[in-house]
Design a protein around this ligand. Structure first.
Ligand code: B12
Length: 302
């Protein structure tokens, strides 16, 4: 018998997943799935008239993004727009994501960096990060989960993207503020790229940044934040298993009366953000950068 995850990835259903099965696997009622397609074109219909709807692995992915976006509290119409952007269905990002993924599939790390540079020319740095880099990484995560790419491809692509972020940071304008922003993963998390990208955007707003990186313990974070006289602290956690320890770090920084901000999938639903100190940064890095910049500038910490 096939497991839910196999079906969700399409591995066990070569002809696609029937709507009743999709509803069961995704835990979304069938009428809701039908209304997403009718009202918002999510996913775009590939149905042959007279035949029952069957969802391909890519369509299941689209539905899952829609479900998760709504679970984060977004209205269905806006969620549909955001899913389109995430998938690169809309606008010039679509071609740039494809080119990035082609370079990744060829294991061409120079190509990955070159595509990020091209995306920056076309969409600006904000657009490159939110509309190309993050959606492409999400797609690679999906491919990896579905067995469509191996771990080497994921690692090479991630490292190429990190090298590009690092190099871009080296060429960012010099800081115009005095107190730095400290950025760290929660103690249980290795997923640094979102933080590295945010640090680059903050550097472009004049903020010096201290990136503490992966698996930062609460003790190291508080010690470094006090030593640096941090203007603010950002903590990111992706894995649900790391949420409790990330929360301990947030609380410790908040106790020091340093403004604290947080993001990542460990906090993606409203329920997971109940009674958490600090400011939730949402999904888009350019918006997160604006929130932090406005909050800290308003405090006059420069
Ligand atoms: C690259 C990567 C890695 C790299 C990280 C390298 C690095 N230096 O960052 C490595 C190889 C180390 C890694 C390890 C693992 N990973 Co990993 N990884 C990824 C991948 C492909 C991209 C991660 C990423 O940067 N995501 C950022 C964006 C693209 O993710 P997102 O979900 O869309 O994020 C949204 C919001 O959270 C927010 N956001 C995200 N980051 C930030 C940051 C800021 C500042 C803000 C404001 C917002 C924000 O914006 C996004 C929406 O627009 C994802 C795939 C994916 N879907 O994310 C898997 C993924 C996150 N990894 C996963 C897993 C399971 C693991 C491992 C446990 C694998 C293993 N068995 O060893 C380990 C965990 C190690 C650990 N303790 O953390 C799962 C997590 C599933 C879950 N929910 O629990 C994912 C989703 C892959 C998958 N499809 O299964 N991983």
């Amino acid at each position: 018998m096939s497991t839910a995850i196999e079906i969700e990835n399409g591995e066990a259903a070569a002809d696609g997943v029937p709507i009743a099965e999709a509803s069961r696997v995704l835990r979304v009622p069938m009428p809701t799935l039908r209304s997403w397609e009718l009202r918002y074109g999510i996913p775009e219909s590939a149905r042959v008239p007279g035949k029952h709807r069957r969802y391909s692995p890519q369509e299941m992915h689209t539905l899952r993004l829609m479900r998760d976006e709504i679970a984060r509290g977004t209205r269905a119409s806006l969620a549909a727009q955001s899913v389109r952007t995430l998938l690169g269905i809309d606008g010039p990002a679509a071609e740039l994501i494809r080119a990035f993924l082609d370079a990744s599939t060829r294991l061409d790390t120079d190509g990955v960096r070159a595509e990020l540079a091209r995306a920056t020319e076309v969409l600006g740095l904000d657009g490159c990060i939110d509309e190309v880099l993050l959606p492409a990484l999400r797609q690679i995560g999906q491919w990896w989960e579905a067995g469509r790419c191996d771990i080497n491809q994921e690692h090479l692509t991630t490292e190429a993207a990190r090298a590009w972020l690092d190099r871009s940071t080296a060429y960012a304008p010099p800081p115009t503020r005095r107190n730095p922003i400290v950025l760290a993963c929660g103690p249980g998390d290795l997923h640094t790229i979102g933080l590295e990208a945010l640090a680059l955007l903050l550097r472009h707003k004049g903020w010096p940044c201290r990136l503490l990186g992966a698996h930062t313990s609460t003790m190291s974070l508080t010690t470094a934040s006090v030593a640096a006289a941090a203007a603010g602290v950002v903590i990111v956690a992706h894995l649900p298993t790391g949420r409790r320890r990330a929360l301990a770090s947030l609380t410790a920084v908040d106790d020091l009366k340093i403004p604290v901000f947080y993001a990542g999938n460990a906090f993606s639903s409203a329920r997971r953000r109940l009674q958490i100190p600090g400011t939730y940064l949402g999904n888009r890095l350019q918006d997160a950068c604006t929130v932090i910049d406005s909050a800290l500038s308003a405090r006059g910490t420069i």
